[in-house]
Design a binder for this molecule. Structure first.
Ligand code: SAH
Length: 555
């Protein structure tokens, strides 16, 4: 297959007409060949959401990933856990690894791992000041098949996140991407400063912070108005984004006084004046805040998404992992459920419980009809939603999403003497619900579906401790009592309880509801705020109200 043909298969098969990914195996079709393929992949400017579908698919299938410092950890997470990783970081001007060494590494990797899929991940777009062309030439010369997956370049994306459109009707009809750091030994005339200053409305300089005084000098010397607005966007599209707005005549002084540093895009032109009205990113409610999500990994993505879509940074630090019980333990319960009048009610107290229940009954050869004649209660909307995924609409979801409220509602719905209730839940749970139901005469059976265990990941804990010490964590979200207990246990194991107290002193402790708050009190701490509605959305709303005023740095 020629390179052209295979490129076609990348673009046509990775997306269907609705923009959804088709079978990812399409993009990894090289696995069918014994030929090695090196993909030069644009990682985008920082926000993992700006990764292209094709880039994501390449990462998912890569055997080897070679990346540098602009490729964020969040992007790397799309790669396989078992993929071999090589860091060839280049930071500022202190090159750790030379370009020739990187070219050699790419060629050597390809030769030493025949049939493998290698991804060379580069910040932004590989062909925009990314030296992707040089790497592609080295591969071409070595006869190694390669593909180019373009990425969203920082020169466009960083201004966009700062609310600066690089072109704008009536203000700018041209934009030029320029290097602010010319190659050593290159003659000074490599950039046509006259043309640059005079003919392009918007200029986006990459790698220009160190040479800013020279850039400003040249532009003014070649006729650009010293009053022209200029913006510097540092770590654009990431929660660390900073924007400095000035004019050509004031910017050098402003950089000096604020200590503004690389990496940043420099935008010159009248479009910069739109920043005042259009700076959407830094106005998001959680802009500039970093929040720890303590839920089990499988459930964290929803809350992380909520945080990120409101402009915050979510750090997933799971304190719970779900260990489902063996399906056989559920067999006697299934037998009883299958009998007419076996149970009157089944109560699910978590989405995890629902998932485990249906996995286990499936393994035993049953399906949703097992609940055909029984009424079903869910503790809250997330549990009810999980039930819907398995074809069951809950008969009862209480207005307050805690055990006490389910008990009251069940009793209102007729639970009492001569009713049989099955409580399908975690092995460890409060006695409130069964005790209350038993007190009105109901027979309550409890079936443990899963155990919750504390994940062992010391590296994640030491990373978190580092961030707490650096005061870069604004809040921790607790969505259940066990997240509180396990979070504190993990920290105590790492640093001891007295240092843990000091580390959490300036961190907002956010509680999903009264039971979780109570557990926080029992640990000798105090919640900073409690959700009004005891749901994840309620928790994020409370977070916004508490820490959401921080805002991003606009200098
Ligand atoms: N290939 C990359 C550019 C690499 S050159 C791309 O297409 O975006 C490295 C320079 O890009 C940095 O010095 C800085 O000027 C700019 N840059 C990269 N990521 C950036 C970001 N998130 N915010 C601001 N500037 C960034």
């Amino acid at each position: 297959m020629s390179e052209n043909v295979s490129m076609k298969s990348v673009s046509s098969s990775s997306l269907d007409s609705t923009g959804h990914t088709q079978s990812d195996s399409d993009l990894s079709s090289m696995a069918l060949h014994s030929e090695t393929v090196v993909d030069l992949v644009g990682a985008g400017p920082g926000d993992p959401g700006l990764l292209t579908v094709a880039a994501c698919s390449c990462l998912k299938h890569a055997d080897i990933i070679i990346y540098d410092y602009l490729a964020s950890e969040a992007v790397l997470r799309f790669g396989r856990k078992d993929a071999e990783r090589h860091f060839v970081g280049k930071k500022g001007f202190s090159h750790h690894v030379t370009q020739d060494q990187i070219n050699d590494l790419l060629v050597d990797c390809a030769k030493q791992h025949p049939g493998s899929h290698i991804v060379r991940l580069k910040g932004g777009d590989p062909f925009v000041f990314g030296r992707g062309g040089e790497e592609a030439l080295a591969l071409h010369q070595a006869g190694i098949r390669f593909r180019i997956i373009p990425g969203v370049t920082a020169g466009i994306a960083a201004p966009a996140y700062a609310g600066i459109p690089v072109t704008h009707r009536g203000i700018s009809s041209s934009v030029t991407l320029v290097t602010g750091h010319e190659m050593a030994g290159k003659p000074e005339t490599a950039i046509n400063w006259h043309a640059l200053a005079q003919s392009s409305d918007t200029l986006c300089f990459y790698m220009g912070i160190r040479d800013l005084p020279r850039i400003v000098d040249r532009l003014c010397a070649f006729g650009r108005d010293p009053k022209t607005p200029i913006a510097l966007v540092r770590w654009g599209t990431t929660p660390q984004q900073e924007v400095l707005v000035a004019t050509l005549e004031t910017v050098v002084e402003r950089v000096h006084t604020t200590g503004f540093s690389a990496p940043a895009i420099i935008v010159v032109g009248d479009v910069v004046s739109l920043h005042k009205q259009l700076s959407w990113y830094q106005r998001q409610p959680l802009a500039g805040t970093t929040v720890v999500v303590t839920r089990a990994r499988a459930q964290a993505s929803e809350v992380s998404y909520l945080i990120r879509s409101h402009g915050g940074q979510a750090i997933e630090y799971p304190t719970i992992s779900i260990a489902p019980r063996a399906a056989q333990e559920l067999e006697p319960t299934c037998v009883r459920l299958a009998q007419p009048n076996g149970y009157d009610w089944v109560v699910f107290t978590s989405a995890n419980g629902v998932r485990c229940f249906f996995d286990q009954i499936k393994e035993l050869g049953y399906d949703a009809r097992l609940l055909g004649s029984v009424r079903v209660a869910a503790i809250g909307p997330a549990t009810a939603q999980e039930l819907v995924l398995h074809g069951i609409h809950a008969d009862l979801v209480p207005p307050r999403f805690i055990a006490e409220s389910v008990a009251v509602e069940l009793i209102n719905a007729g639970v009492g003497q001569d009713t049989h209730v099955l409580l399908a839940r975690a092995s460890e749970a409060r006695a409130t619900l069964p005790d209350t139901l038993a007190s009105v005469g109901a027979t309550v059976d409890i079936v443990p579906l899963y155990d919750t265990v504390i994940p062992e990941d010391e590296q994640a804990t030491s990373e978190l401790v580092k961030q707490l010490k650096a005061h870069s964590i604004d809040a921790v979200l607790f969505s259940s009592s066990s997240t509180v207990r396990n979070f504190l246990t993990r920290l105590d194991r790492a640093v001891g309880s007295s240092e843990r107290c000091a580390l959490l002193r300036s961190v907002a402790l956010m509680s999903i509801g009264p039971v979780t708050s109570q557990t926080i009190h029992e640990a000798g701490l105090c919640e900073t705020a409690q959700a009004e509605h005891y749901t994840i959305t309620g928790l994020v709303a409370a977070l916004e109200a508490t820490v959401g005023t921080k805002g991003q740095r606009s200098l």
